[in-house]
Design a protein around this ligand. Structure first.
Ligand code: WTA
Length: 631
């Protein structure tokens, strides 16, 4: 097992060692895993191309490390504890032995359906155990998984399937979310109708069994998987072979496929899981994320299983059947580590203190937060009402591209301070730079957050477009990975991540490119142009504010609804603007660029001082936009 830091002194010593001798440090951690062939070199890298390779020459299979190597020591321990949508239905458990058998059966079914090493498989599923099983089955045979969050639209799904030229989609018939049964196989059908020429098979998991339409490419999961042998040899993978693609939003309209590879991702997710959550044998760990996002990949599936943990996976929503649901599950399964998003905390906080008060939360040893800055009020509520001021909060900063948690307190080891992600993990050289890329040394500074040296689980490329990876992350500053976030350091060097400095907004912890939403709005035939910005939102962190220029003079609520429908169709309900303001013009620079800074200020009700507008081509529109602002 990778090492686990136990004291502040050990953290300091380990951090120092990891920076002074990164190769030696990571070599020691990597050697704790099962390799089919040992690696020859720890690291080769340059950030110019970029070209980063960890544990070169090493051969492994990540599922052997998640499953097989635990069979002797903890074969009968629960690996996945699945809590269904309906509170009255019993939880379902998979021991490590059972999970290995289930993954192997599914892997054999994938092979029987023509999936080979290197092929891409897209998942479009609710939070059912079959999603985790399917993902691991891909990894077992060396197929590349790409999970698409099951709230995305048919168009968004088709775009991702086609970008990845996937051979297979694995989906469920329905997605149970609270009292709703959302048909999701129909979304896959619609995506196929839009055109997914590479798809040969759609494997359908029966979740509710309600009737669905059926076509030539469809096959039932149970008919394909159940008859298979529970023995499937683990494919030998190179350390740098692709493990998965996960699409995420950037500043341009097109989502990018972030690529992670086998060896480095394995080492870092296990190391970070064990240290950040201080997992001890017998603990019950629960992360409420969806496997459609990176948090679910790294800290529901891979990290916990690599560490031999019991990981809770839950279907449904936090407010069904009532806003006590999370706390009820914590009590029921005696959860020790609980990891969720600030948006969920704020939403539940708004429902009142009486909900957590109904449940015995004494099993909780630590609380985690991820996905967006946590505001002070939510931090204190979480601490007081959930952790009873006894469970340290780990405010974990990281990204899809970083693969694992980068900046975080270590519970009970380093101190915590509300709204601060605080200190970097061992091996992570986080620095702040000014706009020219000069490092801001010392404390009490504010700047752009960059990482100076490679870490094992970092992004390797953006699928099918390496130059995009270079341009977005490695071209801003020489020899630095640029995160896209702004941050400040306090007097003691704790880091607080303030938010994005690019055109990406963070809505309920979901990353959204403003250009993506604009492209969708512009699909409406009566829209001339649009500009989308984020504004502070009490529950979601940021809300979506859209300024829309239209040809139509008669604008009513119908039109507003049509725009919402277009966005829902093009991306999905998560991208629907909270506010739509119709305008006759948008503030632009002489070169024709929209001045978003001004629009952001107006949307944030902060328009008293708009800064320098002398470079505007059309300063007169600013007053008009201000006058029409939706408050
Ligand atoms: C933001 C989620 C402040 C940040 C794991 C980052 C945070 C983006 C935090 C990545 C945090 C994530 N404090 N901001 N603790 N965690 N962010 O790729 O802007 O979905 O760049 O990864 O979320 O979002 P992503």
């Amino acid at each position: 097992m990778t090492t686990q830091i136990k004291s502040l002194q050990e953290y300091k010593d380990t951090y120092k060692y990891s920076v002074e001798s990164p190769k030696a440090f990571w070599k020691e951690q990597a050697e704790t895993f099962t390799w089919k062939k040992p690696f020859e070199q720890v690291l080769q890298w340059n950030f110019d191309e970029p070209n980063v390779k960890w544990f070169t020459g090493g051969k492994l299979n990540i599922t052997e490390n998640c499953l097989d190597r635990h069979i002797e020591t903890r074969g009968d321990q629960v690996a996945i504890l699945w809590e269904p949508n309906e509170p009255d239905s019993p939880a379902k458990t998979f021991t490590y032995k059972e999970l290995l058998a289930a993954v192997s059966k599914c892997a054999n079914a994938l092979k029987a359906n023509g999936i080979q090493k290197g092929d891409r498989v897209v998942f479009y599923m609710p939070m059912v155990p079959e999603l985790a099983i399917g993902v691991l089955a891909c990894a077992r045979i060396g197929a590349v998984h790409s999970v698409v969050f099951a709230g995305f639209s048919a168009q968004a799904l088709a775009d991702r399937v086609n970008d990845a030229t996937a051979k297979m989609i694995i989906c469920s018939d329905f997605n149970k979310r609270g009292a709703k049964n959302i048909p999701i196989k129909t979304v896959v059908d619609d995506a196929i109708k839009l055109g997914c020429p590479s798809i040969e098979t759609v494997l359908v998991h029966k979740n509710t069994g309600d009737s669905i339409e059926w076509s030539g490419v469809d096959k039932w999961w149970h008919e394909q998987v159940d008859p298979q042998s529970a023995d499937c040899p683990a494919e030998e993978m190179d350390s740098e072979d692709m493990l998965f693609i996960l699409y995420t939003s950037g500043s341009t309209g097109k989502p990018k496929g972030v690529v992670h590879t086998c060896g480095g991702y394995m080492v870092y997710t296990c190391y970070s899981f064990r240290n950040v959550f201080q997992y001890q044998d017998g603990d019950i760990y629960w992360c409420t994320a969806d496997i459609g996002w990176i948090t679910g990949h790294s800290y529901i599936v891979y990290g916990p299983l690599l560490a031999g943990a019991t990981t809770v996976m839950s279907e449904g929503v936090p407010t069904y059947p009532d806003p006590g649901r999370f706390w009820e599950i914590c009590e029921k399964h005696k959860v020790n580590q609980f990891y969720t998003a600030p948006t969920a905390i704020r939403a539940l906080m708004a429902k009142g203190d009486e909900w957590p008060a109904k449940y015995d939360l004494s099993s909780l040893k630590l609380l985690g937060s991820v996905g967006e800055p946590i505001n002070e009020e939510a931090w204190h509520w979480y601490d007081k009402h959930i952790g009873k001021s006894k469970a340290p909060i780990v405010d974990t900063w990281w990204q899809t591209e970083t693969g694992g948690i980068m900046i975080t307190p270590l519970p009970g080891i380093t101190d915590t301070k509300p709204t601060y992600a605080s200190y970097p993990m061992p091996g992570i050289q986080a620095i702040l730079v000014d706009k020219e890329g000069n490092e801001l040394t010392g404390n009490d500074v504010e700047g752009l957050l960059c990482i100076k040296f490679p870490w094992p689980s970092m992004i390797r490329t953006t699928y099918g477009d390496h130059s995009r990876c270079k341009n977005v992350y490695f071209s801003a500053f020489k020899d630095l990975y640029f995160t896209g976030d702004g941050a400040r350091k306090d007097e003691e060097g704790r880091i607080r991540v303030i938010g994005r400095v690019d055109d990406v907004i963070n809505v309920s912890g979901h990353r959204m490119g403003t250009a993506e939403v604009e492209n969708a709005i512009n699909e409406h035939p009566n829209v001339v142009e649009s500009a989308v910005v984020g504004y502070p939102h009490e529950i979601k962190g940021q809300g979506i504010y859209a300024y829309v220029i239209t040809q139509d003079k008669e604008l009513g609520d119908d039109f507003r609804q049509e725009i919402l429908d277009v966005v829902k169709r093009e991306i999905g309900p998560i991208a629907k603007p909270d506010k739509i303001q119709f305008v006759t013009g948008l503030p632009k620079t002489r070169s024709g660029k929209i001045m978003r800074r001004i629009l952001r200020k107006i949307a944030s009700k902060d328009s008293s001082n708009l800064g320098d507008i002398s470079t505007l081509l059309n300063p007169e529109v600013v007053e008009a936009v201000k006058d029409g602002a939706l408050v």
